[in-house]
Ligand binder design. Structure first.
Ligand code: FPP
Length: 248
């Protein structure tokens, strides 16, 4: 089986999962956090190299304060609880998004997890936190403008590769496969630039119900897709390595 080098997941449906069972949305987030841990384990077992989980978007701040606080405490608690598992499985943890505005307890838990796992060489696990694709593009555009102002880059010759390096997580390959749960057919301001050639996979499963078999089903579907990167099907068949050509 051809494993995607980078899988990114929009974990959606915690609230609906809980409400359908007569519970508060918070219960759905707790079960969602368990599903995240399960999926990290699945990625390790399958040998996936990069996994990004869209954990908190810049738009999620608009939720009721109590829910935001709950999500931030759940994040801190979950990181502390799963550190042993991350270490045992050689998982390297990092973030994309502006974490400097997260509550201090969450920043501390994130910093400790990043520090503890920094030399691990297995799965690269990335949490997108206070992240949005538009913010990412805007901050890269600002970086570009500042460099141009200082005369460090020539606006007329700036390339996609140049621009890409100013985006969050640019040291990682772009996602080959983006999974979204809960039946919503949107990318919701996730990786906008990075998703240019990603295969999109949507499932009706609500995130707390997402299990190893669902992860495998997404990867199996990915294997049936023909990735052409703008070429014809015949060209792709002739150059088997063209699958890896999304080099940005
Ligand atoms: C979606 O459900 C999910 C989020 C708010 C982001 C993901 C958060 C988790 C999976 C919980 C914490 C995870 C970790 C790793 C600590 P929703 O509330 O949007 O669901 P709804 O669309 O049914 O309302």
């Amino acid at each position: 089986m051809n494993l995607p080098n980078h899988i990114a997941i929009i974990m959606d449906g915690n609230g609906r999962w809980a409400q359908a069972r007569g519970h508060s949305r918070f219960w759905g987030h707790i079960r969602g956090a368990k599903a995240a841990t399960r999926t990290i384990r699945s990625a390790v077992d399958l040998g996936v190299k990069n996994l990004t989980l869209f954990t908190f978007s810049t738009e999620n701040w608009k939720r009721p304060e109590m829910e935001v606080n709950f999500l931030m405490h759940l994040l801190s608690r979950q990181l502390k609880k799963e550190l042993k598992m991350l270490m045992e499985n050689n998982v390297h943890f990092s973030c994309v998004g502006d974490i400097s505005v997260l509550p201090k307890h969450a920043q501390k838990a994130l910093a400790e997890t990043m520090q503890a796992t920094k030399d691990n060489t297995g799965l690269n696990l990335v949490f997108a936190l206070n992240y949005s694709g538009r913010q990412d593009l805007l901050s890269a555009a600002k970086e570009f403008a500042l460099r141009a102002q200082r005369g460090e880059v020539d606006p007329h010759s700036v390339t996609e590769e140049d621009f890409n390096q100013w985006l969050a997580g640019s040291e990682r390959p772009h996602p080959d496969l983006i999974i979204r749960t809960s039946g919503e057919l949107r990318v919701s301001n996730f990786f906008l630039w990075q998703a240019a050639y990603s295969e999109l996979y949507f499932t009706d499963k609500l995130w707390p119900d997402f299990k190893h078999d669902d992860f495998l089903a997404a990867i199996t579907e990915f294997n049936h897709r023909e990735r052409r990167f703008g070429q014809t099907g015949d060209q792709v068949a002739r150059t088997s390595d063209s699958m890896q050509n999304d080099t940005l």
